[in-house]
Design a binder for this molecule. Structure first.
Ligand SMILES: NC(=O)c1ccc[n+]([C@@H]2O[C@H](COP(=O)([O-])OP(=O)(O)OC[C@H]3O[C@@H](n4cnc5c(N)ncnc54)[C@H](OP(=O)(O)O)[C@@H]3O)[C@@H](O)[C@H]2O)c1
Length: 331
């Protein structure tokens, strides 16, 4: 039995959703074999949706949000994980149907837990978080389709100033790619995006044609899309013959307006990326890459807050003005 501790709790009353830091007990935690003392959580777009009315993330209230956490095991009912072991958890039902990481303690099913790889700190793990993990999965998906440095492809990252986008730029740069275009609506972010690895900046004016056509000039070999909606729709006709777009996000909408022509005349591929239910068996090796060849945490655009300071970050995510990664120091 844990003593009382602090957690963010999202409540719903008469259709209105609110959240605040509350004192809770372990009886309010969802079931699981492992209790973790949380060191850090991180804020992703989905966490903002979780505290929003009709956000579509939380089905049953009250709920402790937080889709990510890193921390130390304090008790475990499985021999695979020991008290004192450092771990991280991202995705699955965390902060959605299962109490999440914005809490001093979390109780988690063992099969969702990744042991922290050597070379990665608990803070590093949350700088990466779901956003960085998704950026990594997106790059792996594009590389599977032929993206590699030998042919110096023209790669466009959309939503470049956001969490997934900014880490994707850093990872591509760290991998050695030298033709990285960053699509951002924020002109003030240009210098920062170049400082983390963008070769040049693309603005929305550059990608939206005066008159939409099913096929336009081929500009990008690969697109790592985090925005969806009109942005993804405008870019599909601009992908080179045989090129690919990875698609992970919907910050710009869920509708895709396209024709079959880019696919049947140019062999363009659209690759879905999901980090939430990505198989646990393959997660450790991907996280280990962040401890080595993908170690970008020291140069990442990071803000650190505590559980009492979430409002501003959620507002920025909601307004599309959020930049980089926000991590939450819990204990
Ligand atoms: N599939 C998965 O497993 C998975 C995992 C993680 C995240 N995601 C999704 O990926 C997306 C990005 O997540 P994130 O955490 O990086 O969010 P974020 O930090 O808010 O970044 C999103 C970026 O997209 C751009 N943007 C936002 N609203 C837009 C709009 N209406 N039109 C055009 N561009 C817009 C902004 O960049 P600029 O201002 O620079 O253009 C913004 O910074 C979200 O939709 C999220 O749900 C999916």
């Amino acid at each position: 039995m844990l003593k009382q501790f602090d957690a963010v709790v999202v409540r719903e009353q008469d259709g209105a959703v609110s959240y605040s830091v509350e004192v809770v007990t372990d009886e309010q935690l969802s079931p699981g074999e492992v209790i973790i003392k949380v060191a850090y959580s991180s804020i992703n777009y989905k966490d903002m949706l979780a505290v929003k009315a009709n956000g579509g993330v939380i089905r049953n209230y009250p709920m402790i949000p937080g889709i990510d956490l890193s921390g130390t095991v304090i008790s475990s009912e499985t021999s695979d994980l020991q008290a004192g072991q450092k771990v991280l958890v991202t995705g699955f039902q965390m902060g959605m149907g299962h109490t999440g990481g914005l809490s001093e303690y979390a109780r988690v099913p063992a099969e969702w837990i990744v042991p922290l790889p050597d070379g990665l700190s608990l803070r590093d793990a949350m700088i990466v978080g779901t956003a960085g993990f998704t950026a990594g999965l997106s790059i792996m998906a594009l590389e599977k389709m032929g993206m590699n440095m030998r042919n110096n492809p023209n790669i466009l990252v959309t939503g470049a100033s956001g969490g997934v986008g900014s880490i994707a730029i850093q990872l591509l740069h760290k991998c050695g790619y030298t033709n990285i275009a960053a699509l951002s609506r924020k002109s003030a972010e240009e210098a920062r995006l170049k400082s983390i690895g963008a070769t040049y900046i693309v603005t929305p004016n550059d990608i939206f044609p005066d008159k939409p056509k099913p096929l336009v000039k081929q500009k990008f070999h690969y697109v790592l899309d985090t925005v969806g909606g009109d942005v993804a729709s405008a870019l599909i006709p601009q992908i080179h013959y045989g090129g690919s777009m990875s698609m992970c996000g919907n910050a710009g909408g869920i509708k895709l307006d396209t024709t079959v022509l880019p696919f049947i005349l140019r062999g363009v591929n659209v690759l879905g990326v999901d980090s939430v239910n990505f198989p646990i068996a393959e997660r450790f090796s991907i996280w280990s890459r962040f401890a080595g060849e993908w170690h970008i945490m020291d140069d990442a655009l990071v803000s650190e807050i505590d559980m009492g300071e979430l409002k501003q970050t959620f507002e920025a995510l909601n307004n599309g003005t959020h930049t980089g990664r926000t991590i939450v120091k819990i204990s």
